[in-house]
Write a protein that binds this ligand. Structure first.
Ligand code: ADP
Ligand code: MG
Length: 485
């Protein structure tokens, strides 16, 4: 990078989707297609309404704080961030700034990047309410208050990331944590994840641990996809390197820009000189309350195994490769499906094979999630059991699976209707083998002379049984019968 290195800090917003209601009102916490149909008076900032803190939302925020190795506060506070905008009818957002302490402060997260472990320091994580969503048209804008008051977690990292790919790897790890911990679906398509991205560059020979050596940061607001984060960072690094090269970097003011998805560029919004003073103060309508040690302990114990721990188990206990283990834990629903199959008695390696080599390909091709898959874990175990018991061959099982998915009928029914049950009965196969051998005495002689006629015999038996003879048993019997002659 021409002698420079990039410093990147992220502010990641993630909606908590797993509470029943919004963070301070009794409106449902669920996405509603029709605008402005999921609102309570509080969400509209009507006079006389008072916020009631959602305990589950606080629990989930504390859970995230613990997973990120942050320090939790002794007391829970909220603050008002005052501003005037149509997305916030109260004219303030209830949030947490760093003074007093938010739900988590000064932690760290280790994530994997290109096979190596990297650590990012977390400045803080805080709980706040989401704003309404605005849509802008050529001559007017619309506002939908359904989203107003949805619980939102904002995570702020230190500028410890150095490339767009590192930033995305970090975000993917966080998404997985939110999903595995049961905090959020963390679905970008549903707008549940939004990021502000801070980028600066510095001389690569200078000491990064001294903030005096850092460049002036540029903040890019509201990037709402991981690919947007990647593109915005790459664009911004290039723009800043160019400014260094043409001597304008040092004159560049600290500024806020936005990512423009149409032109693939960042656009100037405002400089730090115009920075808004939000006049934070402690929210007077929510009394501070103590977070007891017992409560914290309970929350800590409720943290389930996360993707990394599951991956270790798959490798150590089930003997899967690191690659397959990674593929299985990448999506929590897939990992849950896999574990259900094992719980129902499916053999771990075989089950992993089915998933990685057949089922995931099918889901991908048809753009389905595993939750939409007709084949349940029970059905997969049935299918695997039929192969294990020699009822069908493994080749036949693939055909059966295709039919199961095509016709949406259980594997047992498909096997019955196709009549594909494998013949594993010794006598039935032996009778056919004897007949085939009787018909081709010349080929037995050729076989003894060393010519390969064995496959021909197997083929004849398969033909006679419409492919249903158990192949390894057939081979054994042919060998025995030839030896006997
Ligand atoms: P502000 O006061 O403007 O909100 P903060 O110090 O709170 O700035 O930092 C906000 C975000 O910007 C954090 O994610 C932080 O890591 C990041 N950041 C701060 N300085 C830099 C820098 N020089 N380069 C890149 N990112 C930075
Ligand atoms: Mg800040």
């Amino acid at each position: 990078m021409d002698g420079y290195k990039a410093l990147i800090g992220l502010e990641m917003h993630c909606e908590i989707s797993e509470t029943n209601t919004k963070v301070f009102s009794g409106a449902e916490n669920s996405y509603k297609e029709t605008p402005n149909t999921n609102i309570r008076p509080l969400d509209m900032g009507f006079p006389g309404t008072l916020p009631v803190v959602n305990k589950r939302a606080v629990e989930m925020a504390l859970k995230a704080s613990m997973i990120l190795n942050c320090t939790q506060p002794e007391y829970m506070y909220f603050e008002r961030k005052n501003y005037y905008y149509p997305d916030m009818p109260k004219n303030y957002q209830i949030t947490q700034e760093t003074k007093p302490i938010p739900v988590g402060i000064y932690g760290s997260l280790t994530y994997e990047f290109k096979g190596a472990k990297k650590t990012v320091r977390i400045n803080n994580i805080h709980l706040e309410e989401d704003a309404a969503s605005l849509d802008h048209y050529s001559t007017f804008s619309t506002v939908d208050y359904n989203r107003a008051g949805v619980p939102l977690l904002e995570l702020v990292t230190e500028p410890d990331l150095h490339s767009a790919d590192e930033a995305v790897a970090f975000l993917e790890t966080m998404r997985s944590i939110y999903q595995y911990a049961g905090i959020s679906e963390a679905n970008s398509q549903k707008g549940q994840i939004r990021c502000d991205v801070n980028v600066s560059i510095m001389d690569e020979n200078l000491d990064e641990s001294n903030p005096n050596n850092w460049g002036t940061k540029v903040e890019i607001k509201n990037v709402n996809s991981f690919s947007g984060v990647r593109d915005a960072i790459n664009y911004e690094i290039e723009r800043q390197v160019e400014a260094k090269q043409n001597g304008t970097y040092d004159d560049m003011a600290q500024q806020t820009r936005r990512w423009d998805e149409d032109t693939f560029t960042t656009k100037f919004m405002r400089s730090k000189v115009d920075a808004i003073d939000y006049r934070y103060f402690v929210e007077p309508n929510i009394p501070k309350y103590r977070i007891s040690e017992e409560w914290k302990k309970k929350i800590k114990e409720s943290i389930p195994k996360l993707a990394n721990e599951r991956k270790e188990i798959y490798m150590k206990e089930y003997g899967l490769s690191e690659y397959d283990s990674k593929v299985l834990v990448k999506d929590k629903d897939i990992s849950d499906y896999y574990e259900e199959v094992i719980k129902l008695g499916g053999e771990p390696k075989g089950a992993a094979n089915w998933l990685t080599s057949v089922i995931l390909g099918y889901l991908n091709k048809n753009e389905l999630s595993i939750k939409e898959l007709y084949l349940t874990p029970t059905m997969l175990v049935d299918l695997m059991t039929m192969v294990k018991d020699g009822k069908i061959s493994s080749k036949q099982s693939k055909e059966v699976l295709n039919k199961v998915l095509e016709e949406k009928k259980e594997p047992k029914k498909i096997v019955k209707s196709l009549g594909v049950t494998q013949i594993s009965d010794d006598k039935t196969i032996r009778d056919i083998v004897v007949k085939v051998l009787d018909e081709h005495p010349d080929l037995i002689i050729e076989h003894r002379k060393g010519r390969n006629t064995f496959d021909f015999f197997v083929g004849q038996v398969m033909k006679a049984t419409k492919g249903q003879a158990n192949p390894s048993l057939t081979a054994d019997i042919i060998r025995e019968e030839i030896d006997r002659r």
